[in-house]
Write a protein that binds this ligand. Structure first.
Ligand code: G6P
Length: 608
């Protein structure tokens, strides 16, 4: 987590650093800070948001043409000014994203050298360590290289030295960092969106790279210390892709962008009459025809996409499929199978647990991997043999919305590709399912029209402490996603249950203060679900039901119904996600919460 930005230019870089931080706030917002050189080192830190830092920097007249900046998600040490980055030692100033695992041992060593620690962070170790090497006569670049060779853990860092106005040094290992190339100026940032205002020319640093940034350009050295060239990519990001436009919140914008995001993700099949497995990479046909089972690894919302996919992959493609939470899988003994395809799903492509789970699977002997991810050039995509880039566009709201529905669209394509290779899809069925996929964006637009009704539900949820979400079959993971959305942004405690499990415990909680949301599409489980709903009504529970047109579930006292369009078959889970996102959004709004930046959370979780 945490976002970092650095800049060296012949103009005041403070506005560039601050703008970059605003775009990185999704990575954490416990505190923010900036340090620039203007003769001497000027540092401002705030426990407020970046907007607060901006005011402080302006009122203190902070400016300089070389600087670093940081937005923090607290790991070591509470959110406070003294724990906010940049951390300083002598004239050395450092911003850091990641975790230094050997920070305690390093602290002892540095204390013995006379360094005094002013914060509880692991990062301060880096500042003192670099300083200790500069003191022995090394230049900043050499000092940073020496320091990083002594660090264990993950880091992306940007470092400056008060005594040297000519360069910045950056390094990365296990956390993302890229360079932005301007006209006679250079930038560094955790992701390309932070630099969209100044350049679209991006150099992605590789793990282990260390670079010296001057006005003349970047000198990059790889993990073995050899000078190296890294390609310059032209980012497709445009400034308006990360602007709010007419929306009040990014989450709202991203919910309403879903028809377009899904259309973009499915673009490769919109004009095709048949599906090619090579959508997933040139080796896909070869690999997918060899595999005999799948293992999906992911976290959070991406995990829920994986659980939906399991129903598709087993039900339609006939391939056995397990889905595991990445942080659990990576620490348990399991039995590898060289014919298993390991699928990782991640919006960011940098979630530490998901990356580690993939590495662990490989170390156990799994041979084939596929990643579904929304960030080009992310660590996860690069670590996999096969890959699919969802095209949701940048997702800024911490609660994932369009990333989820585009992941589902990608997983639907994967299901069809595998089913076809396994001989389980007739040409007629393939054509029919492709037609349904092509119709999906317009079906999503139709479902968005339920917003006024969902808003009325949300108003009633505002004063509730708890809520229960029920679904059956493939809609059970959608109920899980609905509950996750509600708790993460409205702070209402919400649980999801497979409706058949209700009578085995959670029914004891049901009374009129516990609203129950049920997903009731017209599928094979509808009649079973209706019985579960009766169990709730009989205990006085208020039911809020998403029902397909033809389910014959009628509104009544204590039974509120929102009519969904006709049953969407395989794609029904994607459509049912929309009202649940809107419910969480409006409940959070009613409660006056910061919808895009819920307390204690961050979008990109690069720590265990
Ligand atoms: C965080 C985010 C969630 C996300 C999860 C996994 O918790 O707040 O929205 O689902 O990380 O992230 P990933 O980038 O791997 O999908």
């Amino acid at each position: 987590m945490c976002g970092i930005v650095g800049a060296i230019a012949k103009r005041n870089v403070v506005p560039i650093l601050i703008e970059g931080l605003k775009r990185l706030e999704y990575r954490g917002y416990d505190s923010a800070g900036v340090a620039v050189l203007n003769g001497t080192l000027q540092r401002v830190r705030s426990t407020g948001r970046v907007a607060e830092l901006e005011k402080m920097a302006a009122s203190q007249g902070v400016s300089g043409d070389l600087g670093i900046a940081h937005t923090r998600w607290a790991t070591h040490g509470v959110p406070s000014e003294r724990n906010a980055h940049p951390h300083v030692s002598g004239g050395i100033s450092v911003v850091h994203n990641g975790i230094i695992e050997n920070h305690e041992a390093m602290r002892q060593k540095l204390r013995a050298l006379g360094y005094e620690f002013l914060s509880d962070t692991d990062t301060e170790v880096i500042a003192h360590l670099v300083h200790s090497h500069v003191k022995t006569g090394r230049g900043l670049f050499e000092a940073v290289r020496q320091a990083t060779s002594e660090l264990v853990g993950a880091y992306a860092i940007a470092v400056l030295n008060e005594k040297d106005k000519t360069h910045l040094v950056v390094a990365r290992h296990g956390a993302p960092l890229l360079l932005g190339v301007g006209e006679g100026e250079l930038f560094a940032a955790s992701d390309a969106s932070a630099l969209v205002q100044v350049t679209q020319k991006i150099i992605y640093l590789e793990d282990g790279d260390c670079a010296e940034l001057t006005l003349d350009g970047a000198k990059i050295f790889d993990d073995k210390g050899n000078a190296t060239n890294r390609a310059v990519h032209v980012s497709q990001l445009t400034p308006d892709a990360v602007e709010l436009g007419s929306y009040r919140h990014y989450m709202q914008k991203e919910i309403f962008e879903q028809p377009m995001a899904v259309a973009n993700t499915l673009e490769m099949v919109t004009s095709a009459q048949t599906l090619s497995a090579n959508l997933f990479g040139v080796e896909a046909e070869n690999i997918l025809s060899q595999i005999n089972q799948m293992l999906i690894l992911a976290c959070g919302t991406s995990y829920h996409a994986g659980v939906v996919a399991r129903y598709w992959l087993e039900g339609i493609a006939g391939v056995p499929c397990n889905v595991e939470i990445a942080s659990e899988y990576r620490y348990r003994d399991s039995v590898p199978d060289p014919r298993c395809l390991v699928i990782t799903i991640s919006q960011s492509g940098e979630t530490a647990d998901t990356l580690a789970a993939l590495q662990y699977a490989k170390s156990l002997g799994h041979k084939h991997s596929l990643s579904i991810c929304n960030v080009p050039e992310s660590a996860l995509l690069r670590a996999s043999d096969l890959r699919f880039l969802t095209r949701a566009g940048p997702e800024i709201g911490v609660a994932s919305t369009k990333a989820f529905t585009t992941q589902l669209a990608a997983l639907a394509l994967l299901t069809l590709a595998v089913a076809k290779l396994k001989g389980r899809l007739t040409a007629e069925r393939e054509a029919q399912l492709l037609k349904e996929l092509r119709h999906l964006p317009s079906a999503l637009t139709t479902v968005l029209h339920v917003e006024p009704q969902v808003k009325m539900w949300a108003e009633k949820f505002t004063n509730m402490q708890h809520a229960l979400f029920l679904g059956r079959g493939i809609h059970w993971p959608i109920a899980m996603e609905g509950a996750l959305k509600l708790k993460e942004i409205s702070y209402i405690h919400a649980e999801a249950y497979a409706a058949g499990e209700l009578k085995h415990g959670p029914l004891a909680l049901v009374d009129k203060t516990m609203p129950v949301v049920a997903i009731a599409p017209n599928d094979a489980l509808l009649e079973k679900l209706k019985s579960n709903l009766q169990e709730v009504r009989a205990r006085g529970g208020e039911l809020h039901v998403l029902a397909d047109q033809d389910t014959r579930i009628m509104p009544a006292e204590g039974l509120h119904v929102i009519r969904m369009p006709d049953h969407a078959g395989m794609l029904s889970p994607i459509l049912h996600t929309i009202p649940l996102q809107l419910l969480a959004y409006h409940a959070a709004l009613e409660r006056g919460n910061d919808v895009d930046k819920p307390r204690n959370l961050a979008k990109s979780v690069t720590v265990e």
